[in-house]
Ligand binder design. Structure first.
Ligand SMILES: *Cc1c(COP(=O)(O)O)cnc(C)c1O
Length: 470
């Protein structure tokens, strides 16, 4: 960190005795804090004037990268534009000042938002009922699997402990199954990236009567539509299991095809992905879970009150502003953008699975492997050009995965700009590979040691730690 603007921590700007606040006159009298609750030593706080504090945090905030300041093709995450009307709706004082323990007859409007959102989600997915309680996609997976577990238990069918997960699945699928106390079996993909139905059939002959559910993502994490769903659904239902749909990739399906019509019993939706509510850096999110008729009585209590209500408002505002007519355009546009990028770059980046994709696709690094430039290097170099990197090293099916999802909102000019830069980087990899391998060069922080950063992160102010130890 050699740039002065970014280099200082607020503690380093501190000047003893400097003040950036003035408290109002004490109108309440003095009350002694009991001795056992008092600090032994003064808290070590930075002492700065107000202007210094404002500049410090404003400059820090300018280091943020978001969909509002640049192209963000992070595969699997659907970083679409978050329309500002959603924010206005969520910020209405009539919503914002509600308390979850208010008498029900004073919150009919908020109730209506939840009911109408659930109704819209039912219509978009072909399922019967939704709960808005889960706070994220992974939380929704856990909730959905709890529904499935309770369903089997309610029938006295308690040997069903297996969850079948394709090898292309998002890591949260097996993790949720494990947290739910279920066992995981993996089913392989074919060379074309879709589920191997013969391998599944074979697996079921061995353990069919212990299968609780099959989890599928569609389009899958390679951006491919799983064409064998009717056959898979029949195999699983015939042996008594239920079908779970990971709806994180619902975007290209919006208004085009419905999981309920494909025979899925339970699904989650990532409102923060498909329904345009801001996410990143861990939240906020919402992962509503939908079920077919007859399963709604198994919804568990997974959060207090009504889940992440402000996210629900934003999602509902988004659905209403697109309406029945325009919501159908989301999927085709997202799909068109992804295929356009794929076709424009596949002569310089390795495309392991050719053909039409849905909203996203995966390259397996640069086509020319002789340069020694890796997917990590390409991702770092993109930062120099002002783009957020695609998702890298996921899915695990390829060594150099580079997963690109442009979403439907981007203009042709933005996408052409990204394509030009990706081609430029491929060119650099041939001519000046060291430039790429040492990127980023233009960001406040250069190349970090990933292992060190993950294993020994320093998340508190170093000096404070040192002081505490001495
Ligand atoms: C994002 C994602 C999840 C997890 O959702 P979170 O909201 O991040 O918990 C699960 N499955 C797939 C395919 C995803 O892309």
């Amino acid at each position: 960190m050699n740039n002065k603007l970014y280099g200082n921590l607020i503690f380093e700007l501190s000047q003893e005795g400097r003040k950036g606040y003035s408290l109002p006159k004490n109108r309440f009298g003095d009350y002694a804090v009991p001795a056992e609750l008092r600090r032994q030593q003064d808290a070590q706080l930075p002492e700065c004037d107000e202007m210094t504090v404002v500049r410090h945090y404003t400059n820090l905030s300018a280091n943020n990268f978001g969909v509002d300041n640049g192209f963000y093709p992070l595969g699997s995450c659907t970083m679409k534009y978050n329309p500002k009307i959603n924010e206005e709706m969520a910020a209405l004082p009539q919503f914002q000042n509600l308390h979850p323990l208010q008498p029900a007859d004073t919150v009919r409007g908020a109730e209506a938002v939840c009911t109408l959102l659930c109704r819209a989600l039912c219509e978009l997915t072909g399922l019967h009922a939704f709960t808005l309680k889960p706070f994220a996609g992974a939380h929704g997976e856990l909730t959905g699997l709890m529904v499935i577990k309770k369903y089997h238990e309610s029938r006295g069918d308690d040997k069903r402990r297996l969850v079948i997960v394709p090898d292309s699945a998002h890591g949260t699928n097996p993790a949720s199954a494990a947290v739910c106390g279920l066992d995981i079996v993996e089913v392989k993909s074919l060379a074309d990236g879709t589920i191997d139905v013969d391998a599944l059939r074979e697996l079921l002959t061995v353990c069919g009567d212990s299968v609780a559910a099959m989890m599928m993502t569609n389009p899958n994490t390679l951006g491919l539509f799983e064409r064998q769903i009717p056959a898979i659904e029949k195999l699983i239902h015939d042996c008594g299991g239920l079908m779970y749909y990971d709806g994180a990739n619902l975007n290209p399906m919006l208004g085009a095809a419905r999981p309920g019509d494909m025979g899925f019993d339970v699904m989650h939706i990532n409102l923060h992905k498909t329904f345009s509510t801001p996410h990143g850096g861990g939240g906020p999110g919402a992962g509503p879970v939908g079920v077919r008729q007859g399963l709604e009585q198994f919804f568990p209590e997974v959060s207090p009150y009504h889940g992440n209500f402000a996210v629900a408002i934003r999602a509902y505002a988004y659905i209403l502003s697109l309406g029945r007519e325009h919501i159908k355009e989301v999927g085709p546009l997202a799909t068109l953008n992804a295929n356009y990028i794929k076709e424009c770059l596949k002569d310089v980046y390795e495309l392991p699975i050719d053909g039409l994709c849905k909203h996203e696709f995966v390259f397996d690094g640069l086509k020319d492997k002789s340069t020694g430039v890796t997917t990590m290097d390409v991702a770092k170099r993109l930062l120099d050009y002002g783009y957020h990197a695609p998702t890298i090293y996921f899915p695990l099916l390829f060594h150099e995965s580079l997963m690109i999802e442009p979403t439907e909102n981007e203009s042709k000019e933005t996408i052409d700009g990204f394509i030009a830069v990706m081609r430029q980087i491929a060119e650099e990899a041939r001519n000046t590979p060291d430039e790429v391998k040492s990127a980023p060069h233009n960001t406040p922080i250069g190349r970090v040691d990933d292992v060190l950063a993950a294993k020994h992160p320093i998340v508190t102010y170093r000096q404070l730690v040192a002081d505490a130890q001495s």
